[in-house]
Design a protein around this ligand. Structure first.
Ligand code: 5GP
Ligand code: MG
Ligand code: MG
Length: 183
């Protein structure tokens, strides 16, 4: 285990099993719908890569990068598009693939924006869901794991761009982001 990790919350094996289940569920729900998977960069890239390989119906993929203004470990819900989709989504079934839904502000802003483009449907698939932290009521259609309110990293999720390559989801030691050592 990495020295900055307090505890492994979801192991590599647990993630693999759950992602396979999600892929099967999504394959059933989107059969003959040719959905567009919209990966929210950067955090969801690992999840997307594993998820699409467990989906056995035709899909396409596009990427959107957003930044949310806020503190280092919190989001403010003010989102700015850094990279927009290249694909028109009018009349498409859109599945947003996200790393984690926390307050819900980011997903609320993104879905409101995408709805203005008249997709046929729009749903959210998030790897992690911090349900207790929600301040806006958004519908999460698929989730990998519900987790308690701790700041987590790994499997795509970062703190200051680090830890994305850890193969598990871990709780980051508080001292790492509360002014302990630098690195
Ligand atoms: P929300 O707008 O729902 O509060 O926050 C969503 C975004 O905040 C996520 O997409 C993610 O980028 C970031 N975030 C929220 N909680 C965590 C966490 O525990 N770890 C990491 N690395 N990012 C988080
Ligand atoms: Mg995110
Ligand atoms: Mg981040």
């Amino acid at each position: 285990m990495h020295e900055d990790i307090e505890k492994i919350l979801v192991s590599q094996e647990e993630i693999k099993k759950r992602v396979k289940e999600l892929g099967e569920e999504i394959s059933r729900d989107y059969k003959d719908k040719f959905p567009l998977f919209v990966c929210i960069l950067r955090g969801a890239f690992v999840f997307l890569a594993d998820l699409v390989r467990e989906v056995h119906v035709p899909i396409s993929v596009d990427f959107m990068a957003i930044s949310s203004y806020g503190g280092k470990t919190e989001s403010s819900g003010q989102v700015k598009i850094l990279k927009d989709l290249d694909t028109p989504i009018e009349d498409r079934h859109v599945l947003i693939v996200e790393d984690i839904v926390d307050t819900g502000l980011t997903m609320d802003a993104v879905t409101r924006l995408l709805k203005t483009r008249k997709p046929k449907s729009i749903k959210i698939c998030t790897l992690l869901d911090k349900v207790d932290r929600r301040i806006i009521n958004i519908k999460v259609d698929y989730y990998g794991f519900r987790i308690p309110n701790s700041f987590v990293v790994g499997y795509g999720l970062d703190y200051e761009e680090k830890y994305r390559n850890l193969p598990y989801i871990g709780i980051l030691k508080e001292k790492v982001y509360k002014g302990g050592s630098n690195n």
